[in-house]
Design a protein around this ligand. Sequence first.
Ligand code: ADP
Length: 687
Amino acid sequence: MWRSSPERELAASWAADAAAGRAPAAEADEPPAVDAGAAGEPERPAREEQPKAALQTPARPRAAEEGDARVPRRLPPALPLAPPRPAARALCQLAKARGRGRGCRRGSGSLRPVTVDSSKARTSLDALKISLRQLRWKEFPFGRRLPCDIYWHGVSFHDNDILSGQVNKFPGMTEMVRKITLSRALRIMQNLFPEEYNFYPRSWILPEEFQLFVAQVRMVKDGDPSWKPTFIVKPDGGCQGDGIYLIKDPNDIRLTGTLQSRPAVVQEYIYKPLLIDKLKFDIRLYVLLKSLDPLEIYIAKDGLSRFCTEPYQEPNPQNLHHVFMHLTNYSLNIHSGKFIHSDSASTGSKRTFSSILCRLSSKGVDIKKVWSDIISLVIKTVIALTPELKVFYQSDIPTGRPGPTCFQILGFDILLMKSLKPMLLEVNANPSMRIEHEYELSPGVFENIPSLVDEEVKVAVIRDTLRLMDPLKKKKETQSQHPEKPVTGKEDLDCEMTGDPDSNPEAHLPSICLKQVFPKYAKQFNYLRLVDRMANLFIRFLGIKGTMKLGPTGFRTFIRNCKLSSSSLSMAAVDILYIDITRRWNSVTLDQRDSGMCLQAFVEAFFFLAQRKFKMLPLHEQVASLIDLCEYHLSLLDEKRLVCGRRRRPQSSPPQEMNARTQSAAGSLAPRMIGANKLPHSRHALS
Ligand code: ADP
């Protein structure tokens, strides 16, 4: 299915760009940040990515590349932009010439410029400033008394209290992409769709699954004594290789002290990575989550490849601790002494992904297939993350209350195996947007200097994200979808009527580097969105606005309204199920804020109920059938309520209209019962 799919088309166009060397350079690393506010705790101070001394790395000053979020280093006022390169200079001149033309343009004409609050941008500030200049939008570096159109946060949704506009972070995203949470979300999907989700290494959560880990490894070894696996232990919430180590034997896990206080994920180590110049490397790709509901995903055409600095060997007891051989983190390798800085996109220790593809293509590799596999990996990963994000979202921005809409740039870290299969390493909620790198002037003395590769990629990603989020463009789109609404701004009308290409406010900009992959390819992936539909049910029964956990009454109501109790499942048994599962989940999750059943616990209960009801089917069909059943009963209930409500308020709508709607709904319900895909139970229009 995937092979001849539209992803292949998109991949083909990207691959062609890459092969022609058209795509821009890029790379970055990410900062750890705690979205404390989203968790309902007092906001913790923003942390920034730090260079970590993993394994045996010498302690050194932090790498510019990987840090983010902490120090809002502003460019000196006199030097707000990096000196333009020839191409950029030509663009500037073109833009200036165009600026002298007609006035139907933001910044130069009477159309109001988009306003952006950059006061919390932190380490993405430099790249943001350049983007805003290119767009000719208005920046408010110290915030603004009046609302802005867009708020650019360096760390989390909660950096500012915002009631309107758009903000570049989703509530709960930082929490969702932590190593443990991500592993849990992907594991649910692996249970449902093992084939589709085999791009994430087998992982165990420590300390709670330590015994399971030991037992499973022993079992496989007993079956195949030649199996000599390696595992990688990664502390939860860590980044930049912080605290990571490799082991050959489960008993080598350092279970003492820190593990209890700092949980971790232990994962199968991918021991056959694709090598270039005998070096291991990984890929940083930028992904824009433009909207949660409806789901909209964009992928940047290019990414960055970060290289190790010591030739790779398969892990053995002698090299297990060789950081520069096994870990691709920029923040570590920059200190190896063999790190090669280069302003060329295709050489050095940090290169563009397109340059890698170009090289692979010249060796006959099918790079369209590589791209299409990567697109698939990204869409599937986002599908695994969205259910819980929706729960966070409705908790922070309840329906009916004022609040901003959200979007977010994510950093996907991907490893290509020797077989060219992409494997997901992790997702970063705050990929570093620094556009400078650290340069070692003399041993131990570092200076930050502009990085051309970083600037080109990161500025393009930020600028084009803003273009996609442009509130004035959105307004126009809405107007074109509702032609009966008059165009309010005379300028808009003028621009559209003249058809003058010079009146296009984006004429001076390159084509957008972000490509839509969802809903574009929704048809191929919608069948995977079962947990999303479970989350819609969960949210419906949450009841109290702002909560993220289901109380016992909510769970009972869910069972009753969906008609799930029976002679073999009494309400007493339902209560026991609730208590059992909720207690277990509350003991393993870090989040002890409020009592009740979290989404994962609900999903587990749902699986249990599905298995009981539809014994003979494979798991994903059991679950899909139960969702269909629940949605069917709830839609009947909604229809009933609708009819009752209208009977009570007979004047509210003409009787003919009521009859027509009721009839059409009733007519469509019966066939919906089997194989129903999705009913709009989501109470929230998540942006
Ligand atoms: P961090 O957030 O600390 O950077 P990552 O999960 O990205 O943690 O891991 C750090 C590095 O370790 C990766 O960039 C990659 O080079 C290597 N790595 C991580 N997981 C694996 C794995 N399962 N197999 C092989 N290498 C891995």
